[in-house]
Design a protein around this ligand. Structure first.
Ligand code: ATP
Ligand code: MG
Length: 414
């Protein structure tokens, strides 16, 4: 029996990889325009990195991590998200030594043991960006606006930006108490997970997608009414900056995030088009994370988007690249001639395809059509001898006579 891929681990086939490249290239363009540089970190880290940063009482650490003991008896984990590894590298290589303000982006596979479904996989891909070293809400506004402009760049009007503030270690405990008091009387209406969260991580009950939990927590106290002075001002300033440049957003006071390290601003890009996989990108400020991981007290803010979900939103649009020219040949001698011409044209940046196997002219033309070539040309004995041939523009059939020389042919594509 043939071996298949592991459940929840997908192949990105050529028909789809064009869409992925479109997304990745747009992200690089937008992020680099904003002054972000790429960082590449390992896909596997010491398990402790994730339990310490993401938090022991989160879905990710409790249930979703791919954790192994390696042959040296070390506990290692395939990264479930990007920020922890990036900040580990930031600290390890003292990237803050010259300047605590760093703008970094990354892309690559992440791993979570979840129930696979549309938009939710066990190996999935994130593109993320982080700014360190800025307390000012200007950093929040820049990151949010960059994220929104990325979606504009790839031509999507969905998803839309939702923001919230989770407060800080000064004000969150009081909110936690208020929420616990509210939840206490409603415990029997909550799902089993949320009853456990009541003691371990009560804010997470607001994020539960089980309908009876959504109903039971509908009237829960709002975190925004419990922000301390500093957090309230910060959140107001973020909104002020967004409004000053016309970045559209809505406030969602029920948005909590599945990672413990967030403080103050949190946000999601949300769509109604992907069922319960509604978050296409998500992130927030993490002012305590770097010091929690043993680094200096440097704040940070960032996000990650799920590439599979962005690709689903892009739908069936065709991003595959097409050859400029298909050269059909009539015999072995012409094929050798066409092969040389092809190499010269490739050198000039013209994408050329030809027939490798001496197929019939009819089947060569079918292949030119199938590949979506912009032009085709038939090179037979006459053309090779006269050094001229008719180039057919495939979309309308118009024929243009051009010398069979790379420089002349390349002019068709300038
Ligand atoms: P969800 O609520 O859908 O589980 P999350 O809060 O766990 O998402 P984050 O940890 O914030 O997601 O990750 C950021 C983004 O990564 C998500 O918005 C989503 O687009 C994507 N993502 C997360 N988990 C998966 C997965 N298992 N498969 C595909 N994409 C994912
Ligand atoms: Mg999740």
């Amino acid at each position: 029996m043939a071996i298949t891929a592991i459940k929840g681990f997908n192949d990105i086939l050529p028909e789809e990889s064009g869409r992925w490249q479109h997304i990745e290239q747009a992200a690089r363009r937008v992020f680099e325009l904003n002054g972000f540089a790429e960082i590449r970190v390992p896909v596997m880290e010491k398990t402790e990195l994730f339990s310490r940063s993401i938090g022991d009482a989160t879905d990710i650490v409790e249930k979703e991590m791919y954790t192994f003991t390696d042959k040296g008896d070390n506990s290692v984990t395939l990264r479930p998200e990007g920020t922890a590894g990036v900040m580990r590298a930031f600290i390890e290589h003292k990237l803050y030594a010259q300047d605590p303000v760093a703008k970094l982006y990354y892309m690559g596979p992440m791993f979570r043991y979840e129930r696979p479904q549309k938009g939710r996989y066990r190996q999935f891909h994130q593109i993320g960006a982080e700014i360190t070293g800025v307390h000012d809400p200007l950093a929040d506004a820049q990151v949010l606006t960059m994220l929104v402009s990325f979606f504009r760049e790839i031509g999507l009007t969905e998803p839309v930006l939702q923001i919230n503030s989770l407060g800080c270690p000064d004000c969150r405990p009081a909110y936690r108490e208020a929420l616990l008091a509210f939840l206490e009387g409603r415990l029997e209406h909550l799902c089993e997970d949320c009853r456990r969260r009541f003691t371990t991580n009560p804010l997470r009950t607001l994020d539960c997608k089980v309908p009876r939990c959504v109903e039971a927590t509908a009237g829960a106290p709002s975190v925004l009414e419990h922000l301390c002075g500093g957090c309230g001002e910060h959140f107001a300033a973020v909104q002020g900056y967004l409004e000053s440049i016309g970045t559209p957003y809505t406030i969602n006071p029920r948005m909590v995030r599945g990672l413990d390290y967030y403080t103050r601003t949190t946000f999601e890009m949300v769509t109604g088009l992907l069922g319960s996989q509604s978050a296409v990108a998500a992130g927030g400020r993490y002012d305590g994370l770097i010091s929690q991981l043993g680094g200096p007290a440097i704040p940070g803010i960032g996000f990650a988007m799920g590439v599979e979900r962005v690709a689903l939103l892009l739908g069936e649009q065709d991003f595959s690249s097409r050859p400029d020219l298909f050269i059909a040949t009539m015999g072995a001698g012409e094929r050798a001639f066409a092969f040389r011409l092809m190499q010269e044209l490739l050198g000039l940046g013209v994408r050329v395809e030809l027939d490798y196997e001496g197929k019939s002219l009819k089947s060569q033309m079918r292949r030119a059509d199938k590949l979506g070539a912009r032009y085709s040309v038939v090179v037979g004995g006459n053309e090779a001898a006269s050094g001229r041939a008719f180039f057919k523009r495939m979309e309308d059939g118009i024929q243009i006579e051009v010398p069979l020389a790379a420089d002349d042919i390349a002019k068709l594509f300038l």
